[in-house]
Design a protein around this ligand. Structure first.
Ligand code: GLU
Length: 489
């Protein structure tokens, strides 16, 4: 069987974290099986169309690397992929169900349905259609339609039947049909199907083999099972994915950290890190790996390794993972991507500082921060002492923990450091470091006694990169200037 998965966004969607995870799993499963990943637009709710939404959805997916094989502008032989362009397909199939008796025409007006709902609310009865038109003879219904009366098509749900369905993640799930309404399949405009009227037909015609979607869709299974039975078609396999939860254990919402993916990847995270992170929100690969390339994820992905329980989105872990991707990035690429980021999100810093420094100066800083920076937005705050002038902080020179009891001892250490740094080799961190350590040892001094004041003089800060890293980044002239400024203060 060829494996075909689909993502079925409505044009009200913006791709947020939960949807991206659904897209990712659908993509991984298709690729794992050399199958196809399809985007179908479910736009039958004509009152809730969002302009540009379709382009934005496909744009975001493509940008993060989840390029579909078939989508509205790329027909793989199963198009059109937009439901509003497929209305000629649904109508005849749904009318046939009425002829066959598994669905029926309903002429109840919206006023009657509103009254019914109000009455049910008052009597504290569960809401639902009361079956008013369920037993209308077909002949009579046909006549009323011919006379121009408005109608909908409703599924004729059998009474008191147990439906069994086997979810790939949750296993066997049972439903009693008594809990299900005679759901509308074709709307009163006579043209547009409802979500239920279209989804089963399209999954079948597009030869979808596996549907992955959020667990909130489990409740729609009985309707889809009955619709498929009426249409005499086989349903795909289903994997209902666990919800993505915020730190408070509740389903992720805007307030608890959900966000549009486009914002996430533009402003905070590398898309490859975000995808890797999302892959683990509910999926646990057998080998316990955490950092995986897309190819590794594709190779390892199995639906049976997805768990049932909700997956908590831990922003600290996401930051950590992003940092791991920064660490592993090739230096040239890191430089380019960081510069692009700064240009967009810290334009003043970029224009007045970053792009004013020579390429190698910036590169030395990037090398130093590559192992410490978790996100690009930290770059500006972590580098103030490297791009600006250092403060003169003689108060920080003494440090009893380093056995520097007085400021004078600190100044003395700086004179010693200066004599070495004036003749040091700044070609690399190593050529700089080794002779300094040797000089300290042969003078019979302790590393901390020299390196602490040196670091303070070079950075002017309580916390900063180490003394060697600072000297290497600043290079000879700037290092010497900063040390002299402190000595002469
Ligand atoms: N169009 C539905 C949605 O907006 C898709 C549900 C499904 O995947 O069956 O989420």
């Amino acid at each position: 069987m060829s494996i075909r998965t689909r993502l079925a966004p409505s044009p009200t969607w913006y791709v947020h974290i939960g949807n991206l995870r659904t897209a990712l799993y659908s993509y991984l499963w298709a690729r794992h099986n050399q199958g196809q990943f399809i985007i179908r637009i479910e736009d039958t709710d004509r009152t809730r169309l969002v302009e540009d939404a379709v382009d934005k959805i496909i744009g975001t997916l493509t940008e993060v690397g989840l390029r579909p094989d078939e989508w509205p502008h790329h027909d793989g032989g199963f198009g059109p992929y937009t439901q509003s362009e497929r209305t000629h397909i649904y109508g005849p199939m749904l009318h046939k169900l009425c002829e066959e008796g598994s669905a029926y025409y309903c002429f109840c007006t919206s006023e009657r349905l509103t009254e019914l709902r109000e009455e049910q609310e008052m009597l504290k009865l569960p809401p639902g259609y009361d079956g008013h038109c369920r037993h209308l003879p077909l002949e009579e219904a046909r006549e009323r339609i011919a006379n121009g009366e408005k109608y909908t098509i409703r599924l004729k749900v059998p009474k008191n039947e147990i439906l069994i369905f086997n979810d790939l993640i949750r296993g066997r799930i049972e439903f009693n049909t008594n809990q299900i309404d005679d759901t509308i399949l074709l709307k009163s405009d006579g043209i547009y199907p409802t979500y239920h009227g279209a989804v089963v037909i399209d999954d079948d015609l597009m030869k979808i083999s596996h549907v992955m979607r959020g667990e909130e869709w489990i409740s729609s299974m009985p309707i889809q099972i009955l619709t498929a039975r009426a249409l005499k078609i086989k349903l795909p396999e289903y994997a209902h994915l666990p919800s993505v939860l915020g730190n408070d254990g509740k389903k992720l919402s805007k307030r608890t950290g959900d966000a549009f993916v486009s914002e996430y990847i533009a402003r905070w995270y590398l898309s490859e890190a975000l995808l890797n992170f999302l892959s683990l929100l509910g999926w646990h690969p057998k080998q316990d790996e955490e950092i995986m390339t897309m190819d590794e994820m594709i190779a390892k992905f199995e639906i049976t390794d997805i768990h049932k329980s909700g997956a908590v989105l831990d922003p600290i872990k996401l930051d950590w993972m992003n940092g791991e991707y920064i660490k592993r990035m090739e230096l040239g690429e890191l430089h380019t991507r960081l510069a692009k980021y700064l240009e967009e999100y810290s334009p003043e810093f970029y224009a007045n500082i970053f792009s004013q420094k020579d390429y190698n100066y910036n590169t030395r800083i990037i090398i130093e921060l590559q192992t410490r920076m978790k996100r690009f937005d930290e770059y500006v705050s972590l580098t103030t002492c490297l791009y600006g002038d250092a403060h003169i902080r003689t108060d920080l020179l003494a440090n009893p923990k380093m056995k520097i009891e007085t400021i004078e001892q600190g100044i003395d250490a700086l004179r010693f450091a200066l004599s070495i740094l004036e003749n040091a080799d700044y070609t690399s961190l190593d050529t700089l470091k080794t002779p300094i350590l040797e000089a300290i040892a042969s003078a019979g001094r302790k590393n901390g006694q020299i390196l602490w004041p040196l670091r303070v003089a070079l950075s002017g800060e309580e916390f900063s990169p180490g003394a060697f890293e600072l000297a290497y980044i600043l290079w000879k002239d700037e290092s010497i200037k900063r040390i002299q400024n402190v000595i002469n203060s």
